[in-house]
Design a protein around this ligand. Structure first.
Ligand SMILES: C[S@@+](CC[C@H](N)C(=O)[O-])C[C@H]1O[C@@H](n2cnc3c(N)ncnc32)[C@H](O)[C@@H]1O
Length: 446
């Protein structure tokens, strides 16, 4: 174990953390996933692996940063968006810059400096993601703009921040990326009766609570756990004074302890965490990837194919109706639902004659997915083929490249896993549409 890892475990235990070293150990590089937790003997369900005292949580509530800065200046760090992470990023930058004077110094020493998440990909690697929609969600410009905004506050309040040159864009991005890949949502402890009262309160308030920056927290030790879809065998329980990591099932000696990151598709895994899931999807192990992948089809692409010659005004009305009545203008296709009902409804809506559409516009009645015809299936197949073409390479070629994993860079491999996964779903949708088409043609003949 690296000495920084040992110092971190010692710090954890000396500050009220309980670590069941008879059950688990921290390993510096486990299965190519970086640090992780591994069972040293057979673990039973409900066994406690470690507990974290609430005082060790790093958040805007536990750092002295807010008090040092004062309410008024602290408020300037918010950009008006309750879910903004800027105050937490700044609290973490401030703690980090305190060096060994910070309570969390040994924790910072084991946090990564380098990231393989999309924000850190060079442009030429991002081009490997052609066809995906995740490139529009990386947020590099947003974080750079946010740093420019808070720089003024830092320079104006050097009494709190100290040397402003220590607050760099790199540090700001590092802390933002750590939150993105390791934070937890931790709400204050409430007795059961209060919890029940709150549950019956306004739903909006609940949402605020979950997205508010005050509950986004860094949990030393809990964030050592890696994740892989279908492998979660431990989870965190929240108690009054501590958080407890418990085993959910039997974990054999030598096996890794896995948390869940809520099963995101590979696009989000790569954007937030910098890795992809590449596990068998079929029993024979022929298909590998992420069961939770999604491929997106924007309504605009359907509209262009369905009504290529219609005026902008006509197109706008159809999209507006779709958004108002169905709430979506991008459709997510998944392994379990390759041709979702809403996608069918969209095609029906976009292809119906103007006179029929006017009736729907008037009644605000959404057409039924059962109205999806073989002609609709043909049109949707055309759209999906166009969508596949946007990836700019041949799927079968890319699948065979995956077999030569050792000759690929990590980014190249991950990009292939992602783009192959998305196209496989699109192909699945094509297959299903072909079956719909054949089935209905057969029915018509009979
Ligand atoms: C919450 S941290 C887990 C601890 C981390 N391995 C470390 O060294 O500190 C999440 C990071 O671990 C890595 N990771 C987690 N699960 C992984 C997996 N299945 N495959 C590859 N890397 C993984 C990724 O770098 C991710 O950003």
């Amino acid at each position: 174990m690296a000495s920084s890892t040992q110092s971190f475990v010692d710090w954890f235990v000396n500050n009220g953390g309980e670590f069941s070293s008879e059950l688990v150990k921290v390993v510096d590089d486990v299965e190519g996933m970086g640090r992780g937790l591994v069972a040293v003997k057979d673990i039973e369900p409900s066994d406690t692996l470690f507990t974290i005292p609430r005082s060790l949580i790093l958040s805007t509530k536990t750092s002295a940063f807010k008090d040092k800065l004062g309410e008024q200046v602290y408020a300037q760090l918010h950009n008006g968006d309750i879910a903004s992470w800027t105050p937490l990023i700044m609290a973490m930058c401030w703690e980090y810059n305190q060096g060994s004077a910070s309570k969390w110094h040994p924790y910072f020493s084991v946090l990564p400096n380098d990231f393989s998440s999309l924000m850190f990909w060079p442009q030429q690697d991002l081009e490997l993601l052609k066809g995906t929609t995740v490139v529009d969600r990386i947020g590099t410009q947003d974080i750079e703009a946010e740093f420019e905004r808070v720089k003024g506050v830092i320079e104006k309040h050097q009494d709190v921040f100290g040397d402003s040159s220590k607050y760099t864009l790199d540090l700001f991005k590092r802390m933002g990326s750590l939150i993105l890949s390791r934070s937890f949502t931790v709400v204050d402890w409430k007795p059961e009766e209060e919890e029940e009262e709150e549950a019956s309160d306004d739903e909006d308030e609940e949402i605020d609570l979950r997205t508010s920056v005050d509950v986004v927290s860094m949990l030393p030790m809990a964030d050592i756990l890696n994740a892989r879809s279908g492998s979660a065998n431990a989870h965190t329980e929240y108690e009054e004074h501590k958080l407890r990591m418990i085993a959910l099932k039997k974990i054999k000696a030598g096996e890794q302890v896995f948390n869940t990151y809520d099963d995101p598709p590979n696009s989000d895994l790569l954007r937030r965490y910098g890795h992809v899931d590449y596990v068998p999807l079929s029993e024979d192990g022929e298909y590998m990837g992420n069961q939770n992948d999604v491929a997106e089809i924007p309504a605009d692409l359907i509209l262009e194919t369905a009504l290529p010659d219609a005026s902008e005004k006509v197109k706008e009305r159809r999209v507006e109706f779709l958004l108002d009545e169905c709430g979506e203008d991008v459709f997510e296709l998944s392994h379990d639902d390759a041709v979702p009902e809403l996608l069918k409804i969209c095609v029906v809506l976009f292809t119906m004659p103007e006179a029929d559409f006017k009736k729907h516009e008037k009644s605000r009645k959404v057409p039924k997915a059962s109205a999806f015809s073989p002609e609709n299936a043909e049109l949707l197949s055309k759209v999906i083929n166009e969508r596949i073409a946007q990836y700019g390479s041949v799927l079968e070629d890319d699948i065979s490249k995956l077999d030569q994993r050792d000759s690929l860079t990590r980014n190249h491999f991950n990009a292939l896993v992602l783009t192959v996964g998305e196209r496989r779903i699109l192909k699945k949708a094509l297959d299903q549409l072909q079956h719909t088409d054949h089935a209905s043609k057969k029915q018509r003949v009979e």
